[in-house]
Unconditional design. Structure first.
Length: 246
């Protein structure tokens, strides 16, 4: 667990940046409670924080960022909070063109679309299409996402291919499974950040974080600033990654 010092990004090795950063944006509710505000105010502040972090990551040359916006388990929250989060996401997608204008961000949504409203599905497709040809950072918004659901879904697709005679069970390998994930053709997560002091994965990118360096930050997500991102990257660069070797 790290409490960050005030420093800029001068000593970051730009030739050794994580290619893919995953973020569990935790602590919005507690942030709001501490200020006597409704939980929705925490989510709103969290969305603002996200814009700044994506902009900074893109400016630094990070290629992929995946953010956990709504998990398959978040439907258990009170309806009013679920509705608020869905509206916030909708606004984010609608305004993506404006808010991330000139920043060249490619937006994608990962997760199951089956439980999302038709309106949300249409907006996701629109935003994905609108930003697909850009050359900047790829931003995956994990929306109705669960790592286990993703793996079950991939398994079903492989089984279907076997049943249809397109594949034999022995031909199934890591590469074939990866091709059926929502993140097909994207690199694994190198750096996983979770804010607000919790140290668990909560069903996030179970396959893709296999070799990720994990950095747990005490601050709540709405307080997470670009300088905190720099510190996380610095920590990542100071870790010895061996990928099972010596
Ligand atoms: C966890 O905090 C956060 C979420 C469940 C939602 C994350 C959403 C945002 C940051 C804003 C919307 C995102 C986009 C892409 C516009 P929590 O509510 O579990 O906080 P707590 O643990 O303190 O209660």
């Amino acid at each position: 667990m790290f409490l960050f010092r005030k420093r800029d990004n001068k000593d970051i090795d730009m030739s050794n940046l994580p290619q893919h950063i995953g973020i569990i944006m935790d602590g919005n509710g507690r942030w709001a409670k501490k200020r006597g505000l409704p939980r929705s105010a925490g989510h709103k502040a969290g969305a603002e924080s996200l814009k700044k972090i994506v902009t900074e990551a893109n400016n630094m040359g990070i290629e992929y960022i995946t953010v956990y916006a709504f998990s398959t388990e978040n439907w258990k929250r009170p309806k009013a909070e679920v509705d608020y989060l869905m509206n916030l996401l909708m606004d984010y997608l609608i305004n993506a063109e404006k808010t991330l204008a000139g920043e060249n961000v490619r937006i994608r949504a990962i997760g199951s679309r089956a439980e999302l409203s038709e309106e949300m599905c249409r907006q996701i497709e629109k935003t994905e299409k609108l930003t697909a040809d850009r050359s900047g950072i790829v931003m995956n918004i994990a929306l109705n996402y669960g790592g286990r659901e993703e793996l079950v879904n991939a398994t079903k697709k492989l089984c279907r291919n076997v049943a249809e005679g397109k594949l034999t069970p022995d031909e199934i390998d890591e590469e074939k499974l990866e091709q059926e994930l929502y993140t097909a053709n994207q690199p694994d997560v190198d750096l996983l950040i979770r804010t607000s002091g919790e140290q668990r994965l909560s069903n996030f990118m179970l396959w893709q974080v296999s070799y990720a360096e994990m950095v747990f930050v005490k601050k709540a997500w709405p307080d997470f600033k670009p300088k905190d991102l720099h510190e996380c990257i610095r920590i990542f660069q100071n870790r010895g990654r061996r990928f099972g070797g010596i």
